[in-house]
Design a protein around this ligand. Structure first.
Ligand SMILES: *Cc1c(COP(=O)(O)O)cnc(C)c1O
Length: 420
């Protein structure tokens, strides 16, 4: 416990410089986020330190982009080595990290080919374009008629096309007109999905576990039935594993829990190791080969630095260590969190090191809980009002998780008017 004690935050000692940093951002940055009032200056593993020297256990991990821990030594070494060689050539030329990255990632995921992009939203956009083109060229859908079925409560990013199929009023209001060609069905409702699919349907696009919606797990058998429907109607099953993928849930891909193999995987977030933005679309040749030179691209997609870091991410995942940690520690976390149900917590959903905790709204909002957690040295993020999401880096220890849950227990007691 000494190590953990050393790393515990020393909050509230001496003058703080955080307010000045926050004021600069308030004055000069777009107000499209409402961050917790924490100003981070450095980080290592599962811990971050703010500009005043306070330490926090990171229980968000940049929405799973930092699965392997902040400044993971192997990822930093790969990045540094590549910085000393070449960082960007554009796709006008080849480079020596590109082929190996695509081959190694394809092998890890079990698909024939990779389209590297940068952000998650770009991977989703690319997936939409590929599915439509596949629909016209391979399935034989009449030009301009393709539709894609998505789930209610989805989160796939922030571009105009991606928000066109969101049902979150905040994500959409004021940003129309929207891209047509999408249909929404309730997540987990296989009958609604069957009714939504017609001969012009080219894809069903789903998060196998809905992250931003609050870690919503599919009902048992749902993903299998989606797979079966897609096969029967010759529709691409596109799995957005940008948040659920790459060891977060205890498997390399969340779909593996259900023994389901989609036609297309979308990856992002942790694929860049918390170092650079790296995303990808993975599919077999029959699908990805609808893209020919000049029809799609990205200046930064598949750049040498991204590929070098991505290769090391794939190598880390190849050891199985992070998947095992997420599975084992996830079981531990779930058991601890269960003890909070009925004590300020209504419900907990979790898989691996990923939990959605529904706070009793009579105690306070998710935001209030996260503010109080931060004041005690635990960083987490609320979603949809009263849910607190935990997604610590997968290098977190059992002791640290226990401490995070104890801290949450104390915050809930405090909100209930107890001694805290
Ligand atoms: C974060 C996320 C995205 C968007 O990724 P960005 O890198 O923020 O564009 C897409 N899909 C899912 C499931 C995500 O969690």
């Amino acid at each position: 416990m000494t190590a953990l004690d050393d790393r515990r935050p020393r909050h509230g000692a001496g003058p703080t410089t955080a307010p000045a940093h926050l004021a600069l951002a308030e004055a000069h940055a777009a107000h499209n986020y409402h961050p917790l009032p924490v100003v981070i200056a450095d980080a290592e593993g599962a811990w971050v330190t703010d500009v005043d020297g306070n330490r926090y256990l990171d229980c968000l991990a940049a929405y799973s982009a930092v699965n392997f821990g902040h400044r993971n030594p192997r990822l930093l070494a790969a990045a540094r080595a590549q910085l000393d060689r070449v960082t960007l050539v554009s796709r006008a030329f080849g480079h020596d990290q590109f082929g190996p990255f695509c081959a190694e990632l394809a092998e890890l995921v079990g698909k024939q080919a990779v389209l590297p992009m940068n952000t998650g939203a770009e991977a989703v956009e690319s997936g939409v374009k590929i599915a439509r083109k596949w629909g016209y060229e391979v399935k034989g859908v009449l030009d301009g008629r393709a539709n894609i079925v998505v789930a209610q409560g989805n989160f796939h990013g922030r571009t105009t096309t991606v928000i066109s199929f969101s049902d979150d009023p905040e994500a959409r209001a004021g940003f129309g007109p929207f891209t047509p060609g999408f249909r929404q069905v309730p997540f987990g409702d296989v009958e609604a999905l069957a009714l939504a699919i017609d001969r012009d349907t080219v894809a069903v696009l789903l998060e196998p576990i809905q992250g931003e919606a609050g870690v919503i797990l599919p009902p048992p058998g749902y993903l299998e039935q989606v797979r079966e429907l897609c096969t029967r109607h010759r529709v691409l099953f596109v799995a957005d594993e940008i948040q659920s993928g790459l060891a977060r849930t205890g498997r390399t891909l969340a779909c593996q829990h259900d023994g389901v193999v989609p036609d297309v995987y979308l990856l992002g977030k942790a694929l860049g190791g918390g170092v650079v933005p790296v995303s990808a679309v993975l599919a077999d040749r029959e699908v990805l080969d609808v893209l020919r030179p000049g029809q799609h691209g990205s200046t930064f997609g598949g750049n040498p630095l991204a590929c070098a870091v991505g290769r090391e991410v794939v190598a880390l995942l190849g050891t199985g260590e992070f998947q095992r940690r997420a599975a084992t520690l996830g079981g531990h976390l779930a058991a601890e969190l269960d003890g909070l149900v009925g004590h300020g917590v209504l419900r907990v959903r979790s898989i691996g090191l990923w939990a959605g905790i529904d706070i009793d709204p009579t105690l306070g909002t998710g935001r209030e809980v996260c503010e109080r957690l931060a004041a005690r040295g635990v960083l987490a993020k609320d979603t949809h009002g009263s849910t607190v999401r935990l997604a610590p880096p997968l290098v977190v220890t059992a002791d640290e998780l226990d401490w995070a849950v104890d801290t949450l227990r104390a915050v809930l007691r405090e909100l209930a008017g107890g001694p805290g």
